[in-house]
Design a protein around this ligand. Sequence first.
Ligand code: SF4
Ligand code: SF4
Length: 432
Amino acid sequence: MNKPLQSKASSRQLRQISREAGRQLAAMQELSNAPQALAPFIDALEHVFVANDPEPLLFKDGQSKPVIGIYCILVPEELIYAAGAIPIRLCGGCTSPCAAGEEFVPRDGCPLAKSSLGLTAQQGLAVYDLCDVVIIPTTCDAKRKFAEEVSRFQEVWMLEVPHLKESEISQQAWLQQVMALKDRLEVYMKSVTGKRTKITPKGLEQAICQQTAAQEQVRRLQLLRARESALLWGRQAMIVAGAYSFMEVGAWTEALRVLNDELETRTAGSVCAEKTPRLLIAGSPVIFPNFKLPNLIEEMGGVVVIDESCVGERMLYDPVGHPERDLRSQMIALAARYLMPCICPSFAPNEDRLVTLKRMIKTHKVDGVIYHVLKGCVVYDFEVTRVERALKECDVPLVRIETDYSPEDVEQLRTRIEAFIEVLHLRKEKNQ
Ligand code: SF4
Ligand code: SF4
């Protein structure tokens, strides 16, 4: 490991990140009818990207803990909490570090990998520097090769993810991976704290309950977003989801409970006009501060009522079933929860994703789907025709939007999105 390989991020680069994030957060505050309870989530992202000071978010009462970076929703966060550490999600959404990332990621590689590697290699953004260890599951090709590059700067634990989740052999292999992660966390924690660490059934139970409480609030928010009257802009919901990556889960859950309470009793009505087309964003994740796509959709007259990305709906939907209280049963339940319901297109077959999309279209009364493909993201792009065919059965149109983090294509995308929303408007009028 050679850290740092490059010089530290220049203060110019940090200023660029701060400006990009600050602009996005300021735009959120200017949206009409913004709920007051959105403030802690905006504040969290401000701490991370604008002030470059994430520690108050992570350490309650100023007591620091080991911080472990994770690069995918397939990492069981409950184990990290039960071991006494804090997980943070590092998938990068900043534009300016992509140039530095291109030193390690091929030009046509995905911008998420470029941005994350640029931030890791250059150092300077504290959330990346706080992590001595990062866990990277071997989902898509980009993640596997990305892990190898990240290991030049940080200790990397790879988590081998099977691609055929229905087979017994895959499920057993995955359980072994999760068991090995538990053992590794215990050894790691002893090495950094000097104290013997054991993940106990009680500790794991607490961590599972903590995560379940977060999932309950996420499902509550989703029900609120399913209402005819849109209570929240999609971008605001994405701010909530984005802040999860960097907040201690208990604090995040409490902030979301307060937001849900405010939305439930809201008298201000819908954030948009009655006939505004309701959209679902599917495909590659939209990661803060790169909100190019949701910004364009909502500026051009649509409202995003749900997304299926793993920085959104997929991230915290399925609870762990854990009827038994012994450690082995808990581990089996935990491994199953992370593998079986996951509809990441790195799995094949992945028919469950189509079922989930159809369910969302129905529950959230979706008029149209924007299918987001980050350039170089082959797994999501592969599934677009399959998704389009499934949506035809529900008579819901889809448009595929391929883009990266650069602002250069904004006007071209604006024209396409505007045209798509216009079609949805006409369809809505015709059907009424
Ligand atoms: S899309 Fe797949 S690989 Fe990427 S974070 Fe989600 S689950 Fe992980
Ligand atoms: S799933 Fe797509 S966006 Fe995520 S790391 Fe792989 S290529 Fe990049």
